[in-house]
Design a protein around this ligand. Structure first.
Ligand code: SAM
Length: 280
């Protein structure tokens, strides 16, 4: 079974439609997906898995790189996300599978050349998913994924150097505290990374996968993009007992304190792993 938080919110049509609209209007998911697909070295790929593929932003990036007779399997547990993907991304090479990432090995027919997972791995049962990835990859096949900076406990230097004022998240907390009596969680709880680079390396090693590369990358965008992202119901803040209307009110007030064009930076830890080639 997928962990409890895996599907919270994702299998909702409102979230799926808002997410897909965001990926159309703003570059974040297309850009991070293209970066991962490039690192997966897909030009000779016959079978590639888009793990936790959602509405297909990552599948689209994979399809740009694989040969015309390749097969791409986009697996996600949220049927609502895939309904949008099926409607908007038609490619005969692409198959949609609605299933938890933890059950990947039950759904992939042969030895995959690569597994790509954009912006999702920390939502899964990581040791089980890494074991399943090892099972489906051919020897030498790549597993490429990223982890949001907050979850990995890393921060690209641009996040600090390019900052022109308080972040939208900070302003959201301030407005929520002022207007709704919001009390943020204690800093120690927030600071503990869910999936640090050391934890990832350990889980990969236990699964029999080798780390080829790790890199901290910066995704540059604007306050306007950040606001649009925080408008997607599943990402709306702050946590706690707020209605969506209250969160929207808090976001609007916080955003009014910013400049739409102000630069914002999102940090990502990118990991390229591999199933070791067989020894002769
Ligand atoms: C932020 S979206 C990323 C989708 C896509 N990779 C992209 O870049 O647009 C995260 C996706 O992970 C999926 N997800 C989270 N946990 C999952 C799990 N354990 N098994 C399968 N899908 C999962 C959600 O349903 C959601 O569609």
């Amino acid at each position: 079974m997928a962990p409890l938080d895996a599907l919270l919110g994702w299998d909702e049509d409102t979230t799926a439609e808002a997410y897909a609209a965001f990926t159309r209007d703003f570059p974040m998911y297309a850009a991070t997906s293209r970066d991962l697909a490039r690192r997966a070295e897909l030009t000779d790929g016959r079978l590639v898995v888009d793990l936790c593929g959602g509405a297909g932003a990552t599948a689209e990036a994979i399809l740009e790189l694989v040969p015309i007779d390749a097969q791409v399997v986009s697996l996600d547990a949220a049927a609502a996300m895939q309904r949008v993907g099926r409607r908007t991304l038609a490619d005969p090479r692409l198959t949609w599978v609605t299933a938890p990432a933890e059950d990947l090995a039950d759904h992939v027919p042969g030895a995959a050349d690569a597994v790509v997972c954009n912006s999702a791995i920390w939502k899964t049962d990581v040791p089980r998913v890494f074991a399943a990835v090892h099972q489906v990859l051919r020897p030498g096949g790549r597993f490429v994924f990223n982890v949001g900076g907050g979850f990995a406990g890393i921060r690209h230097p641009d996040e600090t150097s390019l900052r022109t004022g308080p972040s939208l998240n900070t302003l959201i907390r301030q407005v929520a505290a002022r207007d709704y009596g919001y009390a943020p969680p204690p800093p120690a709880v927030e600071a503990a990374p869910k999936l640090s680079v050391d934890t990832i390396a350990e889980h990969l090693s236990v699964a029999g996968l080798t780390v080829l590369d790790t890199e901290v990358v910066a995704q540059h965008s604007t306050m306007a993009e950040k606001k649009a992202w925080l408008s997607i119901p599943v990402f709306a803040r702050p946590d706690g007992e707020f209605t969506h209307a209250q969160r929207t009110d808090i976001l609007d007030k916080a955003y009014s304190l910013t400049t739409p064009d102000a630069p914002t930076v999102t940090s990502w830890l990118v990991v390229v792993a591999q199933r070791p080639r067989e020894q002769r």
